[in-house]
Design a protein around this ligand. Structure first.
Ligand SMILES: [Zn+2]
Ligand SMILES: [Zn+2]
Length: 333
């Protein structure tokens, strides 16, 4: 057994409410040890919201979690995914094939399709974006070596049987779940709200530990979209959040406020960095995070900075200065 495998956690399942189960599934990522899938009783079986990532032993882990809740894989009536990241839908093809059920997901999953078809091309594109953003040759080489993709995390092509657009309703024994589009973290992101019990399946839009992530390059303004999604979810008045990672939490409005504050704080730091003169996205990183890029955090932090810069551009505060590498400048008012 490899070092990483020996340290991995095991799949676990627990009932959080009558008819609602948390399936905690291990992830191979540093700092993100597991993700959640949520099983909700429906029609003598259950709906599976999210699936966990596909890895060599991931079905065993899922099985283990289901066993702890006395649930059977064959009884999955429907798989509905919050978004097209591997930790939320990677196992969908296997589960749907085994249970003979449909997969519902939002159609904006271009990155997923590319990841499945050609992960090397996605990786090469990320390196190219990093180069354009001012990452010097030496760290670029280290990222290239440190983050060579091993597997995509997807069991195969993930093709939804039905598009999860706003308003699509999923019936369950605890009541209907209404789909709300919540792009920002990813263009395909949706949340599911159960209005009578005020339960929110929030995916990665709202997490117990406030942390931002923006899928950059697949929509015009991920930060602006994320803030608009916070507005949409705030209006629902959810009482209990079933998030994509970590425990359930009740202070949903405080988490929404916390996310807004973090976005505002980071935008202010990006603006400050731009006040010193034209600057590359790479050089903005230490202004915002107080640390420089490493092979582990490069993709995350650079995407986030580019998303903030693109947002400042969208609201007329900053512009791109063409060149190699690309720089950014404040628009003086
Ligand atoms: Zn995600
Ligand atoms: Zn996630």
């Amino acid at each position: 057994m490899s070092d990483v495998a020996s340290k991995r956690e095991l799949g676990r399942g627990e009932r959080v409410l009558p008819g609602v189960f948390r399936l905690r599934l291990p992830l191979p990522w540093p700092g993100v040890p597991h993700c959640n899938a949520w099983a909700v009783a429906s029609d003598g079986g259950f709906i599976l919201f999210d699936t966990g990532m596909h890895e060599p032993d991931s079905m065993e882990q899922l099985q283990r979690a289901l066993d702890m809740c006395a649930l059977r894989l064959d009884d999955v009536r429907l798989v509905a995914c919050t978004h097209a990241h591997s930790d939320h839908c990677g196992q969908a093809p296997v589960i749907c094939a085994q249970a003979g059920c449909e997969l519902w997901m939002h159609p904006s999953h271009e990155l997923l399709t590319r990841m499945v078809e050609d992960p090397q091309a996605v990786f090469a594109r990320r390196l190219e974006v990093a180069r354009q953003s001012g990452v010097p040759e030496e760290p670029l080489r280290r990222y290239a070596e440190g983050r060579r993709p091993t597997g995509s995390g997807f069991a195969g092509p993930v093709q939804p049987d039905r598009d999860l657009a706003a308003g699509v309703t999923i019936a369950s024994d605890v009541g209907d779940w209404i789909t709300y589009e919540t792009p920002g973290h990813a263009p395909s992101h949706v949340c599911f709200f159960q209005p009578e019990r005020r339960l929110l399946i929030s995916g990665d839009h709202l997490l117990g530990r406030i942390s931002l992530y923006f899928e950059y390059g697949f929509s015009p303004d991920p930060v602006g979209e994320f803030v608009a999604s916070l507005d949409r979810v705030q209006a629902l008045g959810a009482r209990l959040c079933l998030a994509g990672h970590g425990r359930t939490f009740t202070d949903v409005q405080a988490h929404i406020r916390g996310n807004r504050e973090l976005v505002a704080q980071r935008l202010a730091l990006v603006r400050d960095a731009l006040r010193g003169g034209d600057i590359t996205a790479y050089d903005v990183v230490p202004h915002v995070y107080g640390e420089s890029l490493s092979p582990q955090n490069a993709q995350w932090l650079l995407s986030e900075i580019l998303a903030f810069l693109t947002h400042l551009q969208a609201i007329g505060e900053a512009r791109r200065v063409a060149g190699e590498p690309e720089r950014w400048a404040l628009i003086s008012s």
